[in-house]
Design a protein around this ligand. Structure first.
Ligand code: GFB
Length: 312
C-alpha cells in the first residue's frame, strides 16, 4: 500500500471505519473512497459489483457490518445473519472479481465456542457450540473468515482476517437498547449523575469477563497489518486484543469513578450475561510486532469526553 493507492473503506461512518479513516488520513493516505449507506446498499450484489467495476479499488478495508450489543443480537438475529452474510459475500466476491490487491476483513471474538479454554487461541475456531445470544452474528462472521480463506486457497487472493475483542471509543452507538456495554454504562452513569439519581442499573450478574480495546488501537493494528503482511504470513486470521480482561462489575466501578457518580449499582437479572469470558490469546499478534498502547482508564476518559462533546 502506498500513499496514493486507491483504498475503499467500507463502513467509514461506524466505530471502526471512522477510526480507520482518521488513522489512514493521519498517515497521509490520500486516495480513500467511501460510500454512505444511502449511496450504496452493500447487501445488493448488483450495486456492489457496479461500484467495484467503476471505481476499481486496489485495497479494501471491510469494516461495514450490522453490529450491536447483547440485546440487539438476541432480538434481531435474522437481520444480523442476513445483512452480515450479504455484505461480506458481496464485497469479498467483488474484490476477487475486480482484482483487489489486498483486503482486510473484520470479524469478532464471538466466533469462538462459548466454553472454549481461555485465552482463546486462533485454532479454537469451530471446536464447540457458540454462545446463543450472538450465534447469528458469529455464524456470519465465521462465514466471512472462511470466504477469505477459501478465496485465497482457490483464487490466490490476498485477503486477511482479523478478530478484534470488544471495541469502544468515539462514534460508538450510545443507544441504551442496542449498544454494547461500554457506551451504555458511560451514558447511564452520566445521565444518573446529571439528574441526581440514586442508582444505575447494570444488566446481568456483573460476573462475565470482557476484554476491551480502544478503537484507535484497533485501527492502528489494522493499518499496521495491511502495510506489513500478506495473508500467507498471517494464516487463517489473527486475534486483536490487549491480553487482559475485567468483570462487568469492575468495569462499572471504573466508569462510575471516571464519570464521578456517587450512587449505587443495581443488577437487572432479567437481562442475559452472555458468554462467561472471551479473552483473546494475543501471542500471534505479538509475534507480528504489534501491541496496544491506550490503557483502559485513558481510553474510557477520552471516550467520556467525546460523549460529552456530542450531547452539548
Ligand atoms: O457489550 P455487550 O452488550 O455484548 O455485553 P457481549 C457485555 C456484558 O455486559 C453482558 C453486560 O454480560 C451484559 O449483560 N451489561 C451490563 C450490559 N450492563 C449492560 C448494559 O447496560 N448494556 C449492555 N449492552 N450490556 C456482544 C455480541 O456480546 O459483543 C456481539 O453480542 C459482538 O456479537 C460484541 O461480538 C463484541 O460482549 O456479550
Amino acid at each position: 500500500m502506498d500513499k496514493r493507492s486507491k483504498i475503499y473503506l467500507a463502513g467509514h461512518r461506524g466505530l471502526v471505519g471512522s477510526a480507520l479513516k482518521r488513522k489512514l488520513e493521519s498517515k497521509g493516505y490520500n486516495n480513500l473512497i467511501f460510500r454512505t449507506h444511502r449511496e450504496l446498499d452493500l447487501t445488493n450484489q448488483q450495486a456492489v459489483n457496479e461500484f467495484f467495476e467503476q471505481e476499481k479499488p486496489e485495497y479494501v478495508f471491510l469494516a461495514a457490518a450490522k453490529v450491536g450489543g447483547i440485546l440487539a443480537n438476541n432480538t434481531y438475529p435474522a437481520e444480523f445473519i442476513y445483512e452480515n452474510l450479504m455484505i461480506e459475500a458481496n464485497i469479498i466476491h467483488a474484490s476477487y472479481k475486480y482484482g483487489v490487491k489486498k483486503l482486510l476483513f473484520l470479524g469478532s471474538s464471538c466466533i469462538y465456542p462459548k466454553l472454549a479454554t481461555q485465552p482463546l487461541k486462533e485454532e479454537y475456531l469451530l471446536t464447540g457450540p457458540l454462545e446463543e445470544t450472538n450465534e447469528a452474528y458469529a455464524v456470519a462472521k465465521i462465514a466471512g473468515i472462511r470466504l477469505c480463506k477459501h478465496y485465497n486457497q482457490q483464487y490466490g487472493t490476498n485477503f486477511i482476517s482479523v478478530m478484534p475483542t470488544n471495541l469502544y471509543g468515539p462514534n460508538d452507538n450510545f443507544n441504551l437498547e442496542t449498544s454494547h456495554v461500554m457506551p451504555a454504562l458511560i451514558r447511564k452513569f452520566h445521565e444518573s449523575k446529571v439528574n441526581n439519581e440514586s442508582e444505575v442499573v447494570i444488566w446481568g450478574t456483573g460476573k462475565p469477563f470482557r476484554e476491551f480495546l480502544h478503537v484507535d488501537d484497533m485501527a492502528d493494528a489494522c493499518v499496521y497489518l495491511m502495510e506489513n503482511f500478506n495473508a500467507h504470513d498471517i494464516g487463517e486470521f489473527v486475534n486483536i486484543g490487549v491480553g487482559k480482561d475485567i468483570t462487568i462489575g469492575e468495569l462499572a466501578a471504573l466508569i462510575k469513578e471516571i464519570v464521578g457518580f456517587e450512587g449505587e449499582l443495581k443488577k437487572d437479572l432479567s437481562k442475559p450475561d452472555g458468554t462467561p469470558q472471551k479473552l483473546l490469546d494475543i501471542t500471534k499478534l505479538s509475534s507480528l510486532g504489534w501491541k496496544a498502547k491506550i490503557s483502559l482508564k485513558d481510553g474510557i476518559e477520552q471516550t467520556y469526553e467525546w460523549y460529552q462533546s456530542q450531547i452539548k
